[in-house]
Structures are given as C-alpha cells and as structure tokens.
Design a protein around this ligand. Structure first.
Ligand SMILES: Nc1nc2c(ncn2[C@@H]2O[C@H](COP(=O)(O)OP(=O)(O)OP(=O)(O)O)[C@@H](O)[C@H]2O)c(=O)[nH]1
Ligand SMILES: [Mg+2]
Length: 685
C-alpha cells in the first residue's frame, strides 16, 4: 500500500507486566489481515515475543516492532516489556511514536508500570489512550476500574466505547449517540461525557453546543479531538479482549479514525548543542529536506549482527546514501533498508518522515543516536527524560581464562542495546560490576551474554569499597640492608605519617635536609609508600586521607640503589601506620526512596535496623512519599529485594556516594581478621 505521512499511525503498547500487550498486538495484526493465524505465547509463535528467552519466561524482554494496514492507514505498533526492571527499553520506544497506548489488565487493575509509563508519555508530550484488556474474564468490575483510572490519571479518562453482554462485545459511544444496553453507563451518557470533554477545548463549538445545536458531526469533532489528545485534555478509554477478539475491530477503527498522524501530534523536542548549552531546533517532517532519524532500539541478532531501529523525523532514507552518526566526521553507507515484522526483516526502498525502519551491521549506532545526511544537523539530540537508575549490582569475571576481551566486547554490545545497564570498574578491588534495574534485568542481560556471545561468566555480589586511614601522627623507620654475598642493597628511611581531613586524599612531602637521602632516591621512597597505599596495611583496602613526610635517612656509596629505597620506603611506611592507630573506613551513601505513603511505616522500620539516618521526608502531589537518608553502603546489599517486599514492587531507590566514616569496631575487627587469614593462606600456598 502506498501511503503518505498523514496516513501513518505510530503507537507503543505499554503497561504492567502480563496485561496482554503482546497478545493484543497479535490480535490486531491478525484482525487487520497482516498474519494468517493468531500466534500463541506458550508456543513462542507470536510476532512480538519471538525470542527463545521470552518464550521461556513467558514475558517480553525487549521491544518489538510490527506493522499492519487498516482503512487506508499504515499502523506501526511497538510492543514493550512490562516488567518494571525492563522499562528502560520500553521508555526508549516512546521516542518513536505519537501515541502511548496504555494497556490495563481488567482483572489485576492499575500497576506500577502503568503509572510510570503514563508519566513517561506525558513527559514526552505524547497522546495517550487507555486499553482495558481481558474484559472476557468473569467477575471483572469495569465501572470500578474506570473510576480508579480517573482517580489515578485524572477525570479526563473517558470511555470511547463500552463493553456489553458481559464483555462479549464492545459498543462505540463516540460516533454513536445511542446504542444497546452496556455493562455500565448508557451509550447516551457516555457519548455526552466524551463529546463535552472534546468540545470544551474549542470555544466556537462549545458555544454552539451550549446553545442546543444538535448538528455537530463527528467530522467536526476530529480537530478538537486531536487537540484534546495533544494537550492531555482527553485520554480515551477503550475495552478489548485479545483472546476473544471483542473490541479489537473497534480499537482498529479508533486507531484509523481518531489517533494522530505524525503531523497532528506534539512534535518531538530536538535540541542542538551539548549540555548545558542546548537550544531547541525545529525538525520538519517533510520528505524533501535533509534526512534525520533517531535510533530507539538496538538488538544484536545472531544472523544479522547489529540491528538498529530508527524513527525517521525529517527527509528520506534510501539505500546507497551516506549518513553521519551524531557529530562524527566519517559517514557510513546505507546498504539495505528494512521494515520489521517482529524479528523478521523485510527489505524496503525508502523511509520517509514518520516511518520506522531498520539498518543492519552499522556498529557505530547505539540507542539515542541521531543519524543525518548533512553536517548542518551535527550535535542534534532528541531531548530525553532522565534515565532510570540502575541500582542492583553484580560483580562479574571471566570464568575461562583468556575470555576477558570477548567479555568486554560482549558487554559493550549489551550496553548499546540497553543504556539502562551500567558498568563500573573498581580498580582498588580489581572488580567489574554490572548494574541493572533489578535481578530480572541482570538475569536477562547475563543470559544474553551466555546465549548470544557464548561467554562464561562468574558472578557474585559486589564487594564494598572499604578504605583505610590513621587517626594520629606517628614516626616510622626502616633500614633495608643486604650485604651478604654478591651485590648489596642498602637504604634507610625515616618518615612521619599525619592524618588529613576526610576527603584529603594523599600527600607526599620531601623534607630531607642535607642529602641524607640523595634526590635521585626520593621517587623510589615514594614508590614504596604508594605500594602500601594501594594494597592497604591492616585490612587490605587502599589507604586515604594521609600525609607522608620523609625527613631523614642514610645511604651507602656502593650498595644504595633504587630497589633498596623502595623497600625501605614501604617498610618505614608500614611501621609508621602501625603506630598511628590505623582504622577501616566505610562508604556512606545518600539513599533516596520513592514509594506509596502506605508503605512508609514498613520502610522506616526497616531503615532503623540498618543504621540509616533520616534527612528528609516529603509527600509529592501524586501521593508518593520521598525519603532521603544516609546509610552505610554495606547495609544495602539486598536492599532491592527488601524494598520490593515492603512496597509490593512499587518502591524505587537511588544511591549516590556521600562520604567515608570509620566503620564500627566489630566490623573493623572482622575485616582485619579476614585480611590476616587471607594473607596467611597466601603465604602458605
Ligand atoms: N483471558 C484473557 N487472557 C489474556 C488476554 N490477553 C492476554 N491474556 C493472557 O495474559 C497473559 C499475558 O499476556 P501477554 O500478552 O504476554 O502480556 P504482556 O502485557 O505482553 O506481558 P509482558 O510482556 O510481560 O509485559 C497470557 O497468559 C495471555 O494469554 C485477554 O484478553 N483475556
Ligand atoms: Mg509482552
């Protein structure tokens, strides 16, 4: 079908886990004639959950793009995962659509992901519709659910059709003024409610309507309807059953007749420049202009390699053209252009504004990249809402020796698919930690590493980055002398250690007078001191917040050499530390928790058991409480689990390093004992 931009409808199906998004996409594709049969989730034959891991989990783990035609419209649908830990991927998809279709499970009600995705859609200025799915299920209280939707998302959530006959069919109430009996309000009443909401936005129509003009047609309502959607003045609610098919045709009609084309929705906000100096730029969705497209999804396919999925915002993409990524100087050449039907790539010859398309094997592309065909569009970015915090960490290491590079490559690919993953290397512990939004998120990532890249990883909980320091000043001395047989070694060092304030780092002062240690050996002394700084003295952690003053020593005309002063420096430093009351410091973090107020009591009780100091507690307008505390990082090992249990999965938290504090004496002792045990074992083996 040939189509123009005004025929395009781009929608993302978003919402709580298991609400039926994937099956709904399947039902829409089937009813629109894009597939010959309805696929089954259990058998992994749906268009959108085609990955073996998705079949195994029976949940979507990544977004999937598909398309169909209906009443002369070209509809692009993006199915997204509902697991709250995987919402990073879902949110990325919002950058590619005009409408967020929020799917709500009629039997389970509104979940946390529903709310988060609705907020994310509002932040992006998207139109929203709500699809209440699973209306075939017995005993669902739909009037009650609609009341809850209005409480949560506002009174502008109004039914555009109504279920009838116990959810066996769905009756339109926007285009029709009257209709058969339904499962809740009358068609007449629902029609009045939604039409009045739409008309409110247009002063002329409102006047006519209030004057009793009955002749206002559905066509006349089209433009104010679009405006009401754009301004969030109306959120239509419709009803479906993906299993029985009830409401599917009505939903298709709604998409074709009332949802916005790319020309009718709020334009995406592009900015030019780099933070903090960015200014908005206008991107015009016309096919003849410079080409500009935005990457909203990247997957690594076993056969195709890197598959990057883009939304074209301006100009036209064609095979053979040269494109730049971001501000890179060197272009890449588009060899083939595809559209996606789930995992299937279908070759196309052009992609114009509003279209979604895929490119393969372009390694420079990553999520959120902007590609364009002219340097005029260098430094253009799509303004994105704050990324979600990755809070659960797992330390990873190669299980097989020699796999390190392969793992680094695989991790790099993984993060370009999913920017909500974060990697941190802690040099002091020689530990690499992968952070994700939760256990499932990490599991999916690690599973991908194993299956797709065939790398074996060892995992364990990440270590806490403790530090060592001293409480008082002390002197240290060492004479390193080896003068029996062969070349001798001789170096003597006197030094002093002084505590610095917290955050003071390390200072090395050369206060040697009269050349008792010759200038050329001072760097060797410092090297010896720095060795201890790295490895620690009492518990194996790096030392910080100390000043070392080297002030005296002795040299030997023949046997003095660099290596002797390294050893003397190291041992003199260890000697000084042992006299300076060494202690272990532990990291304290700022922890900020957002959760429903109903969970506050439980959260506060739990916090008091983990040495947390509450700094502030506020309640936001949306009824969510925000608690800020300071807490030792060591106490947060399983916090993601605990908060999940305390808030029925509704709580989120972020952490940020604050400062170091002396660890409690008992913990100090444990860490020191563990270190001497480790050192002894190492010495024996
Ligand atoms: N009775 C009934 N069951 C449904 C309906 N739609 C989906 N289901 C079932 O609900 C379960 C979840 O469906 P999915 O389509 O995987 O849900 P999802 O929203 O894609 O879930 P995630 O991908 O995990 O976010 C499956 O067992 C479906 O068979 C419906 O309309 N009626
Ligand atoms: Mg799904």
């Amino acid at each position: 079908m040939a189509y123009t931009i005004s025929d395009i409808r781009n929608l993302a199906l978003v919402g709580h886990v298991a609400a039926g998004k994937t099956l709904l996409a399947e039902a829409l594709l089937y009813h629109a004639g894009a597939t010959r049969a309805m696929g089954e989730l259990a058998r992994g034959t749906t268009v959108c959950d085609s990955d073996p891991l998705e079949r195994e989990l029976q949940h979507s783990t990544d977004t999937a793009v598909c398309h169909f035609e209906w009443q002369g419209r070209r509809v692009n649908l993006i199915d997204t995962p509902g697991y709250s830990e995987l919402l990073g991927r879902s949110q990325a998809a919002l950058a590619a659509v005009e409408t967020a279709a929020i799917v709500v499970d009629a039997t389970a009600g509104i979940g946390i992901a529903t709310r988060r995705m609705s907020e994310a859609a509002v932040q992006r200025g998207l139109d929203r519709i709500i699809i209440v799915n699973k209306i075939d299920q017995p005993g669902v209280d739909l009037p009650q659910l609609v009341a809850q939707l209005q409480q949560t998302f506002g009174p502008e959530c109004l039914p555009i059709n109504l279920p009838a006959n116990q959810g066996k069919l769905v009756v339109d109430c926007f285009f029709s003024r009257e209709g058969p009996a339904t499962d809740f309000s009358s068609v007449e009443q629902a029609h009045r409610n939604i039409v009045e909401q739409v008309i409110e936005i247009d002063a002329d129509l409102l006047e006519r309507y209030l004057g009793g003009d009955e002749s206002i047609s559905a066509e006349q309502l089209h433009d104010p309807f679009e405006r009401a959607l754009r301004e969030g003045h109306l959120v239509p609610v419709c009803f479906t059953s993906a299993t029985s098919g009830a409401g599917i045709e009505e939903l298709l009609g709604l998409i074709a007749r009332l949802l916005p084309s790319p020309l009718e929705a709020n334009p995406p906000v592009f900015v030019k420049g780099e933070l903090p100096q960015v200014e908005p730029v206008a991107i015009v969705p016309e096919p003849g202009r410079h080409a500009l497209a935005h990457v909203f999804k990247v997957t690594i396919d076993t056969y195709q390699g890197r598959v990057s999925v883009l939304r074209v915002h301006q100009g036209t993409l064609k095979p053979g053209m040269q494109l730049f990524v971001g501000d890179q100087r060197k272009p890449f050449k588009v060899s083939h252009l595809f559209q996606l039907q789930g995992a299937a790539l279908q070759e196309i010859t052009t992609a114009a504004p509003g279209d979604l398309c895929a490119l393969t094997k372009v390694d420079e592309l990553h999520i959120d990249a902007v590609v364009h065909d002219s340097h005029d569009e260098d430094h253009h970015h799509l303004k994105s809402p704050e990324p979600v915090a990755a809070m659960q960490g797992i330390a990873i290491a190669a299980a097989r020796h020699g796999d390190e590079q392969k793992i680094a490559d695989a991790l790099h690919k993984l993060m370009s698919e999913d920017p909500s993953l974060r990697l941190e290397h802690v040099p002091s512990l020689n530990e690499t930690v992968l952070y994700g939004r939760g256990e499932l998120h990490l599991r999916v990532a690690l599973e991908r590493m194993k299956r797709q890249y065939n790398v074996a990883l060892q995992t364990r909980p990440p270590s806490v980055p403790y530090r060592e320091t001293v409480l008082k000043s002390a002197e240290g001395h060492h004479l390193h002398k080896k003068q029996t047989g062969g070349a001798g070694q001789y170096g003597e060092v006197y030094l002093r250690i002084e505590p610095l304030p917290r955050g003071g780092g390390f200072e090395f002062v050369d206060a040697v007078r009269g050349g008792t240690i010759p200038q050329q050996y001072i760097p060797a002394v410092e090297k010896g001191v720095r060795q201890v700084l790295q490895t620690g003295a009492v518990a194996g952690f790096p030392i910080q917040d100390v000043r070392v003053v080297v002030y005296d020593g002795k040299t030997h005309p023949v046997d003095s050499k660099e290596v002797a002063f390294i050893t003397a420096g190291r041992k003199a430093f260890l000697d000084a530390i042992s006299n300076a009351q060494p202690i272990v410091l532990e990291p304290i973090v700022h922890l900020s928790i957002t959760a429903p107020t109903t969970a506050l009591g439980g959260i506060a009780g739990d916090l008091s058991s983990i040495r947390a100091r509450i700094n502030a507690q506020t309640v936001q307008p949306d009824g969510q409480a925000v608690i800020s505390v300071q807490v030792p990082l060591a106490e947060l090992k399983d916090y993601a689990h605990r908060l999940k249990a305390l808030t029925a999965g509704e709580g989120i938290y972020t952490t940020e390093f604050s400062h170091y504090e002396p660890a409690l004496p008992r913990l100090q002792q444990e860490l020191v004992n563990a270190y001497s045990r480790r050192s002894k074992e190492a010495a024996e083996s």
